[in-house]
Design a protein around this ligand. Sequence first.
Ligand code: NDP
Length: 497
Amino acid sequence: MTAIRVPGAPEIEDGVLISTNPASGAEAGRVAVADAASIGTTVQRAREAALWWQALGYDGRKVRLLRWRTLLAQRLEELARLTNLETGKPEADAIVEATGAVEHLDWAARNAKRVLGPRRTRTRLLVAEHVGHLEYQPYGVVGVIGPWNYPILTPIGPISGALAAGNAVVFKPSEYTPMVGQWLVDTFAEVVPEQPVLQAVHGLGEVGAALCRAGVNKVSFTGSTATAKKVMGACAENLVPVVIEAGGKDALIVDEDADIAAAAEAAVWGAMTNAGQTCIGIERAYAVAPVYDAFVAAVVEKAGKLRTGSEIGPITMPRQLDIIRDHIQDALAKGGRAVLGGADAVQAPYVSPTVLVDVPDDSLEIREETFGPTLTITKVADADEAVRRANDSAYGLGGAVFGKKNAIRIARRLRSGMVAVNSTLTFVGMGNLPFGGTGDSGFGRIHGDDGLREFARSKAMTVRRGPSMLPATTFERTPAQVARIVKAVQLLYGRGR
Ligand code: NDP
């Protein structure tokens, strides 16, 4: 645990993945790399564990998931320290992240029965002699593939939904954060020692690809849009359904009646938290002309106080530094201006806060996910132009609106899965709200009722409770009965409204 290695991509030595801190190179830990055979065995063990887990029922699973939640809450600081060691993320940020994970676990445990449990449906007149029953049954084994940027919160969302729904989970953490992933699996095993209901497989991308092909019944992927396409390709081979939580280019709109100080504070946090390595991070701001100058000044004043190495942690993935540098240089080359940071902001492994204005719409900073502590601010004539330009993106993940009179109307018009009004990123912390995007940001939902249903398939049943007045599903119906069906349909549905 004490060796100092050169900061950079994780190394594999003799089948062992060595995880290091991106700033100091300190070793965070080692895990064995899985191969196709061991992944197959892991999925097979999960399939058996799933039967036991499913048989516990909603109440049995709830007790155990709440025990895990309690353990996570009690050991929050230990988890935050490990996350800091492995990713360089400031401990305070890791605590905020872990807090969100605890919330989602608690919510999924408490609500699975209500959302997924058996219920009777209302009778329909044409088939009044049948009662409808609906329930949601688990898929079996769910593969969860996670990224490194929020190694606690992003996997816990789908893991808690999948487990609460009655599935076993095989989790492939990012190669940059295997130790945090393993810690989650190990602590689950402390409270559920009987069966391997939650397991991890470690390694590079090929391990994720092998997991998709190892007989899992559903895959939940969180990561980049490019990798999402590969995951879908692998899953397509066996028609394995997927939920995709991919990248974003989220926008924040500042309307003329916004509280400018609050908008600036939120924009700076939304853009710079976790050094900008946030899928729902604010990367673009659109401020209406009357408040533009005041907003830019307030953002620069607040972002200028942030220091790399304290509030702004290192960039976890070394190759991301080149992408961030390219985006900044491209913006400047195309006529943008840096009002904070700029061309020299990238000093590996850190990037100092950078605020860019007058950045043309065709530049990388506007079009592609930067994933660093940069923010563009664009002046717009009014909220309509702000919405149009915010929506002019292949991505559609989250977003934010600051304003009073029209803020909610503007929020509705943003083409995204989530939006925060007068704050940023808040929706990710509410267990009862669904989370997910549109377009290149993916599809399907984690969190909330939708996030539970994502990990279960609906099972519809009809149960006859008497003879048919309108016997449609038999060869033994008479012409008079068919005539009665016609009459009934016309009576029920043939009279306009
Ligand atoms: P990647 O897409 O590079 O990796 C995500 C996961 O997929 C990793 O575990 C990775 O393994 C694995 N993987 C890589 N190649 C394959 C493959 N061919 N088949 C199966 N799995 C594979 O994303 P990052 O880890 O770099 O995460 C950053 C991205 O995630 C950003 O785009 C960010 O916006 C997005 N994200 C989206 C969120 C959302 O909820 N919408 C939340 C958080 C992040 P390995 O690391 O070993 O290569």
